[in-house]
Design a protein around this ligand. Structure first.
Ligand code: ZN
Length: 361
């Protein structure tokens, strides 16, 4: 069997000891070079003048030669007003990149010696940057689409009811019906049923590679309130070009796609791949990893931040064949493309996002 890229020598071109060897000054220089390409000449974030601005070395800042405003390498970026040293930020980004199934704040606090809130907030900023910089241009060729149910999982009821063979069958196959059973056949406490209101659907679109058995090349996600035609079709029409081929399962949400696209379906109750090779396995592969992260790493995701988590895993899928160093640098460059964080700035002072990113694509 061919070796998985994440286990190859080419993948391991950046390691934790290399980050730990850096001094605070070197870590800062690393940030400056990745933002502006050099240590001396840069554009002022305020007026845009490119010059050798007056350095304030002790404070790692510059004073603009044109408008006299003071700025630093984190001005107008998600890490504005950072409290963590630059070396700790590099370490956090490295740990995030190196984690195969996501990184929980609970793990970071032990590894870096920071509080839970610091870890959660800074990891959130990284996820938000991935969300803000995702490529949402329309897909073409063969695109596989599916919806996955996340958040709002009710606990099992206190009383164990007699389980019908139908529900037992669903549960064995890990189907949605076993998570949200019909009321008529399964009683669920009202307070527990409330949790279902937080249920959201992650719609994933994956464009396949032109080369057979290379998997998907691009992934776009959208968070929608329900898996139905009203919510799914307009997003698909926006994100997939008309001449494309779409492969889905036989879910009702996708049944009308035939009107606009070459639509191929696979009936999952009977098979996972048709004799003609029609399948939905790339979309399922995305959900497989994200589901394991939801249960095994994060132990739950809040609807408010679900879009951030979902794009994080889209990025992990799309960069699965990139060496660690390139992923690490690419992620810092993404952070520098973003403005001040909307969701996480002032989080420690009680500021919250206050809305969910839905149907944003
Ligand atoms: Zn200026």
């Amino acid at each position: 069997m061919a070796q998985h890229f994440s286990q190859s020598k080419e993948f391991r071109n950046l390691t934790l000891p290399k980050i730990q060897e850096l001094s605070e000054q070197e870590s800062w220089e690393c940030f400056v070079k990745l933002r502006w390409g050099n240590l001396t000449t840069m554009p002022c974030p305020s007026c845009g003048t490119v010059d050798k601005h007056y350095p304030r070395r002790a404070r790692k800042q510059w004073c603009c030669r044109s408008c006299s405003k003071v700025f630093s390498v984190t001005t107008d970026t998600p890490f504005l007003d950072r409290k963590l040293p630059f070396k700790q930020l590099l370490l956090l980004i490295y740990l995030f990149v190196a984690a195969p199934k996501g990184l929980a704040a609970n793990q970071v606090l032990a590894l870096m010696g920071v509080t839970f809130r610091t870890a959660y907030q800074n990891l959130g900023k990284i996820r938000e940057a991935i969300f803000e910089t995702q490529d949402c241009s329309a897909m073409s060729g063969v695109v596989q689409i599916d919806g996955g149910h996340f958040c709002g999982k009710p606990r099992r009821p206190r009383r164990r009811n007699h389980m019908s063979s139908e529900i037992a069958n669903h549960r064995l196959r890990n189907r949605k019906a076993s998570i949200a059973p019909p009321k008529a056949s399964y009683s669920i406490e009202p307070w527990n049923a409330e949790k279902l209101k937080k249920r959201r659907i992650v719609l994933v679109l994956r464009q396949l590679s032109n080369i057979t058995s290379r998997g998907a090349t691009r992934t776009i996600i959208a968070v929608i309130p329900a898996e139905d035609q009203k919510n799914a079709i307009p997003i698909i029409q926006k994100l997939v070009r008309r001449e494309s081929t779409i492969q889905t399962d036989d879910g009702r949400a996708f049944s009308s796609l035939t009107a606009w696209y070459e639509h191929q379906t696979v009936r999952h109750s009977a098979e996972y791949c048709t004799d003609d090779g029609v399948n939905n396995n790339q979309a399922e592969s995305y959900f497989s990893r994200m589901r394991r992260a939801e249960y095994g790493v994060h132990h739950g995701m809040r609807p408010q931040y679900l879009a951030f988590f979902a794009t994080e895993f889209a990025w992990r899928e799309d960069s699965r064949k990139m060496p660690l160093r390139e992923k690490f640098i690419g992620l810092i460059e993404k952070l520098f493309q973003c403005d001040v964080s909307r969701a996480w700035r002032g989080y420690a002072q009680g500021h919250r996002l206050g809305f969910e990113y839905m149907d944003y694509s």
